[in-house]
Design a protein. Structure first.
Length: 279
């Protein structure tokens, strides 16, 4: 792949003083050398602003905005990007050094590619063992009922512009999935590099955690917004939906069979009996 192609790496940051430097360093250390790093401060607290100020020499642009959410921060960063390719990176995560080069090679080899993502190493705060998450990628049909890519991924700036960018009304999560649906709605596919080139921290009080709490409202919003696609691919949509319900039911059954659940049932049984008496 030509080394003169400019990649704009966009890093939105909100109150992330602890991890932002590692995210920036992972952008700097990419083996593809022609890149610009744009950090968007989404109305962070004083501690984060101090850290960002100290890191300003490491980046090309630091954009400050009031707290408008991740979608607006990403869009504002991309608007000021000079590269034809955009890589969005969350401020508490980091890429392995070879991601950009491998992603560009994929774009170069297939003109039908609209998005490049990869496997992710999930890093848990309170667990010592990590887990490899493997998104499947694919065409828009693969994205009808859930996200088949990571929120941090590479795409072309022209494609971002053509589909209208991230939905700035979505401040509670899943905005990356909704954006990918529009990105792929006119054709093309998302390609997955089958290596864990992304390190994804699973933390409490993040946008993803908030999205899980507002899950059903967000699903209703996305399904309604893309009703036309769900009708066009109705058979595929329903197949995926039923499959997800079956999977959740099996998981619930497995949980009920676990020894911890059975012990909890035994412990709570007398209290339920007492409560029933006094109804």
């Amino acid at each position: 792949m030509r080394s003169d192609i400019l990649i704009s790496i966009i890093i939105p940051c909100y109150n992330d003083a602890k991890f932002i430097e590692q995210a920036i360093d992972s952008a700097i250390n990419q083996t593809h050398t022609n890149k610009e790093i744009i950090v968007v401060d989404d109305g962070s607290n004083k501690d984060t602003k101090v850290v960002l100020k100290s890191l300003e020499s490491k980046i090309d642009k630091l954009i400050a905005q009031e707290n408008l959410g991740q979608s607006t921060a990403r869009n504002n960063g991309i608007k000021q990007a000079n590269g034809n390719y955009v890589l969005v990176l969350d401020s508490d995560d980091y890429f392995e050094n070879s991601f950009c080069q491998k992603a560009l090679d994929i774009f170069n080899n297939d003109s039908n590619i609209k998005l490049v993502t990869c496997y992710a190493n999930l890093v848990f705060e309170k667990k010592t063992n990590n887990y490899i998450y493997k998104p499947k990628g694919g065409t828009v049909e693969s994205f009808l009922t859930s996200n088949s890519a990571l929120g941090s991924a590479m795409f072309k700036k022209n494609d971002w512009n053509s589909c209208g960018g991230y939905d700035e009304t979505m401040r509670n999560g899943l905005e990356d999935w909704e954006f990918y649906i529009r990105l792929l709605s006119r054709g093309g596919k998302a390609e997955v590099i089958k290596e864990p080139l992304y390190n994804y921290r699973k933390r409490e009080n993040t946008t993803t955690a908030k999205a899980n709490k507002a899950k059903y409202d967000l699903l209703k919003f996305i399904f309604a917004k893309h009703k036309d696609l769900n009708i066009r691919y109705y058979d595929s949509f329903m197949k995926q939906l039923v499959s997800k319900i079956e999977k959740e039911e099996k998981e619930k059954f497995k949980n009920r069979e676990r020894i911890e659940f059975k012990i909890g049932e035994l412990v709570l049984k007398p209290f339920r009996w007492i409560k029933a008496i006094f109804r």
